[in-house]
Design a protein around this ligand. Structure first.
Ligand SMILES: [Ca+2]
Length: 478
């Protein structure tokens, strides 16, 4: 009897198995949250003893914590451009915010390379790639890569945009009215961070009600915790009474961090309520290091707004404090809850990683500089590769003339080794970031072979990407 039934049942069995496999492998929803200027140790789960971040701590416990995540830029716009394009700065020309010629002109020894401020519309963005693969795409917050209606989020692949335009900080401050043409004002007293997370949660809920089978890409680049430092008064008062820990001592900044964390919690709650948390990849990270960690000789902000200890320096520098940030990834069924990954990853990896997870073909004619890190998410390893930074401009220090956050510089990391090169005088510094995460011991004199190897990698990369160098004032290159 079985032998007679089997041929009839087999097609049905295969169909059922096929549907199950298809359902299992359907691309997940993607929620990518990027805080602005949040430093390496600014979350409780990354070491802060002062700021409270219960929602992100919970996300870390249910996902994977990355302890060596790098941003392509030491400040806002370049990192965002590298994220959206999957390309290092020499390919799209966005190296810094505004102009590379910042700070006092008479003290600049070099002429900075030209900087671009609008992401070329010809570039196929991450949002466009996900949209082409069937995703509904939504942007909430700080875009910073060009003005609507020609270069805003809607022109670069997002179906929905709340608040994204060319500006790098909230023009009207954090409390409504916002003075943001891409965001209707809320009731007086509404906080921008609450508003953006509420809008994102609302889009998630509506999407599941109306088109649950369509995958959703939520990109939530908060304006927080960038300046101006403006907090809800009651929350700031709470931190005023809380014991300060190390360089974490600014009550208003602490309150801004907690409001941002609550916003993340609001978005995670929407995923839970709509029962899609197990089908949603969630990533949380920052776009550059925290605003602080400068020495008193460099700045009139001796304690800064925050502090990136144990890292050296802060936003605007190629030291670890400027480019190393927290990251948490939760991919249900793949990332092991409560796990940690110490493999270096960098902004340009998001594009190929999310494209692979979304089963979205990469644009054929567009060079990508990152690699997919889905193996790391599953607990596997990644082949060693060099990571590069190229910053051919100046960033002034705060408050005092004649001191810089950075002069034109470059860096490369391979394994635990990191080499920095400063273009004004060709000075190099070499650190072993594994044994010396604070970059306190410059080993350039004792490890010449390592330094040479890393410098050769850097030179090859510059040639390959046609990276522009700053020029001398007499017009000659270095
Ligand atoms: Ca930033």
């Amino acid at each position: 009897m079985y032998s007679r039934l089997l041929p009839r049942l087999l097609p049905l069995l295969l169909l059922a198995t096929g549907l199950a496999a298809q359902a299992h492998s359907a691309p997940p929803h993607i929620v990518l949250i990027v805080a602005d200027d949040l430093g390496f140790s600014d979350l409780a789960c990354f070491g802060s003893g002062y700021y409270r971040t219960p929602h992100l701590d919970r996300l870390a416990r249910s996902g994977m914590k990355f302890t060596a995540t790098y941003t392509c830029g030491p400040n806002c716009a370049p990192t965002r451009a590298c994220l959206m394009s999957g390309q290092y700065s020499p390919r799209h020309g966005i190296y810094t915010v505004g102009s590379g010629a910042r700070g006092p002109a008479r003290l600049r020894k070099l002429v900075p390379a030209k900087n671009t401020t609008v992401l070329d519309p010809e570039i196929v963005t991450l949002a466009e790639t996900l949209k082409a693969a069937g995703y509904t795409t939504a942007h909430f917050g700080k875009w910073h890569l060009g003005p609507p209606p020609t270069g805003g989020p809607r022109q670069q692949g997002f179906d929905i945009n709340f608040g994204g335009n060319r500006t790098g900080s909230p023009r009207g401050g954090y409390f409504s009215p916002y003075r943001n043409p891409q965001l209707e004002d809320g009731p007086a007293g509404e906080h921008l961070t609450d508003r953006l997370s509420t809008e994102a949660a609302g889009v998630i809920r509506n999407h599941v009600r109306k088109s649950a089978d369509t995958p959703l890409f939520i990109y939530l680049p908060f304006y927080a915790v960038h300046t101006p430092i403006q907090a809800k008064p009651a929350l700031a008062a709470k931190y005023g009474k809380r014991a300060k820990v190390g360089g974490h001592r600014n009550a208003k900044y602490a309150a801004m961090v907690e409001t941002m964390d609550s916003g993340v919690g609001r978005v995670l709650a929407a995923l839970d309520d709509m029962k899609i948390a197990d089908k949603t990849l969630v990533i949380f990270t920052s776009d550059n290091g925290g605003l602080g960690g400068y020495t008193s000789a460099d700045s009139q902000l001796p304690n800064g707004i925050t502090d990136n200890a144990p890292l050296k320096g802060g936003k605007g520098m190629l030291y670890e404090g400027g480019i190393r940030v927290p990251m948490i990834v939760r991919w249900p069924g793949r990332t092991k809850p409560g796990s940690t990954c110490a493999t270096p990853v960098i902004t340009v990896d998001f594009y190929p990683t999310l494209a692979e997870i979304a089963a979205a073909p990469l644009p054929k004619k567009q060079t990508g500089d990152g690699v997919s890190i889905t193996g790391l998410l599953r607990g596997q390893s990644l082949p060693q590769r060099p990571l590069f930074w190229h910053f051919p401009g100046y960033l002034q220090a705060y408050g005092r003339q004649g001191a810089w956050r950075t002069t034109p510089a470059a860096a490369v990391r391979l394994g635990d080794w990191k080499l920095l090169e400063f273009f004004e005088d060709g000075r190099k510094e070499l650190y072993h970031t594994g044994r010396d995460i604070g970059e306190t011991r410059n080993l350039i004199g004792t490890e010449p072979k390592v330094a040479d190897r890393l410098h050769r990698l850097m030179l090859d990369w510059r040639k390959r990407t046609r990276a522009p160098m700053p020029t001398r004032k007499d017009g000659r290159t270095q």
